[in-house]
Design a protein around this ligand. Structure first.
Ligand SMILES: O=C1C[C@@](O)(C(=O)O)C[C@@H](O)[C@@H]1O
Length: 144
């Protein structure tokens, strides 16, 4: 049986990666991230979605239930969204929260994630390499 897909789910403003605050987020675009992950993990059925709205992110999480995992960068919703946290808690798929920047080295309102306690793990501050680390974890987990 083929391994179930892994969803790389990005929230608001991450479609601006590479353009927005490059000193904070780097110069790689979301398309670069997708191409890099597809190159690095040719055997993983990777799906990519980016939504600016909270509801669409909630729906995407629900639709991924039973998949191999979700790599979730909730963007600013990490710090505000009870609905997103509840959506993560409502599914049995392992969700890894990723932040490109080191949110703990930034403004204090970024130090708390409402979503993180519902996640299997969190990767913060490794730039876009965080997506790759998260997919690697999920791929290893699928092989166990
Ligand atoms: O939009 C983002 C990007 C971010 O999630 C990151 O990847 O570093 C960190 C958030 O605080 C911010 O609102």
């Amino acid at each position: 049986m083929p391994a179930p897909p892994v969803l790389v789910l990005n929230g608001p403003n991450l479609n601006r990666l590479g353009l927005r605050e490059p000193d904070v987020y780097g110069t790689e675009t979301l398309a670069d991230v997708e191409a890099g992950l597809r190159r690095r993990f040719p055997d993983v059925d990777l799906r990519f979605e980016q939504h600016s709205g909270e509801g669409a992110l909630v729906d995407a999480l629900h639709a991924s239930d039973g998949w191999g995992g979700v790599v979730l960068n909730p963007g600013g919703y990490a710090h505000t969204s009870v609905a997103l946290r509840d959506a993560v808690a409502s599914v049995s798929v392992p969700v890894i929260e990723v932040h490109v920047s080191n949110v703990y080295a930034r403004e204090s309102f970024r130090h708390r994630s409402l979503v993180a306690p519902a996640c299997a793990g969190v990767i913060v501050g490794f730039g876009v390499a965080g997506y790759s680390l998260a997919v690697q974890y999920l791929a290893d987990r699928a092989e166990r």
